[in-house]
Ligand binder design. Structure first.
Ligand code: HSE
Length: 326
């Protein structure tokens, strides 16, 4: 019997101007375990997983079956376990981590017939944009473009001094709702503004010129339209750099806000206070977390077991004990 355990990082998408294009993996993780079984069963660990489907309508199960179909393999019954530190519907790529984790686990279970690039293509079309899935799959900073059929990408190594502070508001915001807030057309001036900022940001991140992030992490394509959904966001984006950040952005579709920081900055406590108090003034309570870029993307462990996973008396939680940090 084979059992596959996949560890997959959270991600922040857009990084301000790189709407649907830039993503960075973060040091917050989800674990997905998959093994063949006599009948399909699930163990979803942790409070936030409660209420998710535990039958064949489960996203993890459906994504795994896509892999088997693509590879021409039959494996209709699975035992699936999952634990996630990544808060759901907050803009930290929880759905991308589930899609990527399940694709990689299912592929490893059948001997990895699909290439990493193929998994990226499938993940991008399932998610509808490549930014979160690319970061979760490859780790680091991923610059990608998708034309609806083909996704191309380049992975950049994050600067070793780069760290982030996320402020996660205590309310959920679906990507669908946050995308509905966007206009269907933008002006040439705004498009040119974003091409400039996004290009500058990629160059700054690639060359390690962290001081440029302040000017590069500005956006006119999505953040201004989403501001109404996230009280306090505009003030944070405008003033974070004056309060100790290298720059700040809405993380993905929000509501989480992310500030980029130099790891050895003496102003980290000041920045944290600024974020929390700015949100508080708008009546929004938020949890903060210091996260590093996750240099690794998805990590896979394949194990041969004697017993079947459902009945061997152990669970995923005992196998990842010591790795779970949050
Ligand atoms: N690029 C996407 C958006 C990310 O901003 O809608 C969603 O997670």
């Amino acid at each position: 019997m084979k059992r596959v355990l996949v560890k997959v990082p959270a991600s922040t998408a857009n990084l301000g101007p790189g709407f649907d294009t830039l993503g960075m993996a973060l040091s917050l993780y989800a674990w997905i375990e998959m093994s063949p079984a006599k009948e399909t069963t699930f163990r979803l660990h942790g409070e936030q997983m409660q209420g998710l489907p535990t039958d064949k309508t489960n996203l993890l199960y459906k994504v795994a079956q896509l892999v088997f179909k693509e590879a021409g393999v039959q494996m209709p019954e699975l035992h699936i376990e999952m634990y996630s530190e990544i808060p759901l519907t907050r803009g930290l790529g929880s759905s991308a981590s589930a899609i990527v984790g399940s694709l990689v686990a299912a592929n490893a279970l059948i001997g990895s017939p699909l290439s990493e690039d193929k998994l990226f293509q499938i993940a991008t079309s399932l998610e509808g944009h490549p930014d979160n899935v690319g970061a979760s799959l490859f780790g680091g900073i991923v610059v990608s473009a998708w034309d609806g059929e083909q996704a191309d990408y380049v992975r950049l190594a994050p600067h070793p001094k780069l760290e982030t502070l996320v402020a996660i508001p205590a309310f959920q915001l679906s990507t669908e709702k946050a995308r509905h807030a966007l206009p269907s057309q933008v002006s040439m001036a705004d498009a040119v503004f974003n091409v400039g900022r996004s290009s500058l940001l990629v160059a700054a991140l690639a060359s390690g010129e962290l001081g440029l992030i302040r000017h590069a992490m500005r956006d006119r394509l999505h953040q201004p339209y989403r501001a109404a959904l996230i009280p306090g966001m505009t003030a944070i984006l405008e003033c974070a750099a004056d309060n100790g950040a290298l720059g700040a952005a809405l993380s993905g579709a929000g509501p989480t806000l992310i500030a980029f920081v130099e790891a050895d900055s003496p102003r980290k406590a000041e920045l944290e206070r600024f974020l929390v108090e700015t949100l508080q003034r708008e009546g929004v309570s938020a949890e903060t977390m210091w996260l590093k870029p996750s240099v690794s993307g998805t990590e896979v462990r394949v194990e041969e077991t004697n017993a079947d996973s459902v009945n061997d008396g152990t669970t995923l939680m005992s196998r990842i004990k010591g790795e779970v940090v949050q």
